[in-house]
Design a protein around this ligand. Structure first.
Ligand code: SAM
Length: 351
């Protein structure tokens, strides 16, 4: 294995753009969640947290829900399949999918795509046992701000480009099936912001595997209340505080609080984590000063909880149709296999 990794970095994650996004987060007191995955330390903390609490790691039934969705996706007819992991994280789920596709006799290509370089490199490494280096095209980008992503994702590398290990890179062709994954992403974005971007990446013959954290049970509000304690634990607190500590804010400057909010436009409920200052605090970032008063709060994180019906509704509104769904017995997580609705269906859609 070469000691060099070839990674494409989109301008959306060039330092000057990341700097603007950071200043915007501090000015608005609403932290863009991408800043919780920025450094190697934050990535390691999130991976440890995920290992400890994620139902896909610790709940056999939830794991089997993903496996069933992978089996359904592996029915894709073409010989070659290009998996594009949007917000790939450590790439564990994508790799299980790639493994299944490979054992079904497909040639697999993989584009691990994430805002965090450390995550992309981790996903590339996780997938290595299944995807040869010449078939892997790591990409760092911000899914929200990279407007030309449909073209970039398609481009891969040019046929015949030598890759780092010296062998010619194999690039997926127009005829290869594309399977995009969007696992555990939707809770942390405003749906009206991310779903048009996601929909623009899905071509008519593509498939999308989409997973969401759900509110269990028949009563939506009670379901969200039930899962609230899952967010308030020492590993999550430590992970979320890293952003503030790195800026010079201290634990003793305030308190982390977790609460439930309802978005008035969509009616969706989310769990919100805020840091509430108990004493005045002043920090300087990139020559700009930020002063926080006692009693003021900065929103660090939010996580929307959906129901299967709410998932289908928001996807439909953006031209995506759920073909099949698998819901964990706990009712807390679901995986949805989707594709683009035909223009005829969209024209007749009530939404
Ligand atoms: C909750 S994790 C999900 C990881 C993985 N898909 C999984 O299910 O294990 C969210 C991931 O989204 C990435 N992310 C956050 N904001 C992003 C953005 N604007 N564009 C691309 N990736 C982003 C983070 O770096 C992180 O890896």
């Amino acid at each position: 294995m070469s000691s060099i990794a070839s990674v494409r970095i989109h301008a959306s994650q060039f330092p000057e753009n990341v700097r603007c996004d950071l200043l915007e987060s501090l000015r608005t007191r609403r932290v863009n969640h991408k800043f919780h995955y920025d450094s190697v330390r934050q990535t390691q903390k999130w991976l440890a947290l995920h290992q400890a609490y994620s139902p896909t790691r610790n709940d056999a039934d939830c794991r089997s829900v993903y496996e069933k969705s992978f089996e359904a996706a592996a029915q894709i007819k073409t010989k070659n399949v290009h998996v594009i992991g949007l917000g790939c994280g450590g790439g564990q789920k994508d790799t299980r999918l790639l493994k299944l596709l490979k054992t079904s006799g497909k040639e697999v290509f993989y584009t691990p795509c994430d805002v965090s370089l450390a995550m992309v490199l981790t996903a590339r490494q996780t997938a290595r046992a299944v995807v040869p280096e010449k078939n892997c095209f790591p990409l760092v980008c911000d899914l929200v701000t990279a407007g030309d992503l449909p073209r970039i994702i398609w481009a891969g590398r040019r046929v015949g480009d030598p890759n780092i290990s010296g062998t010619a890179a194999r690039r997926p062709s127009q005829n290869d099936a594309r399977l995009l994954t969007f696992f555990g992403m939707i809770p942390n974005f405003e749906p009206r912001q991310i779903l048009p971007k996601l929909a623009s990446l899905i071509r008519p013959k593509d498939f999308l595997l989409f997973s969401a954290n759900l509110a269990p049970g028949k009563n939506y509000a009670a379901g969200v209340k039930k899962v609230l304690p899952q967010y308030d634990n020492p590993l999550t607190r430590d992970w979320l505080m890293t952003f503030l500590l790195d800026l010079g804010i201290e634990y003793s400057d305030g308190k982390l609080r977790f609460k439930i909010e309802t978005d008035s436009a969509s009616g969706l409920k989310r769990i919100v984590t805020g840091f509430h200052f108990t004493r005045p605090c002043r920090i300087e970032v990139e020559n700009e000063a930020f002063a926080f008063r006692a009693g003021e709060a900065i929103r660090l994180f939010f996580s929307y909880r959906y129901t299967p019906e709410r998932v289908r509704k928001v996807l439909t509104r953006h031209g995506l149709e759920v073909c099949e769904q698998w819901i964990a017995k706990s009712g807390e997580e679901g995986v949805f296999l989707c594709n683009r609705r035909s223009r005829r269906e969209e024209a007749h859609s009530p939404s």
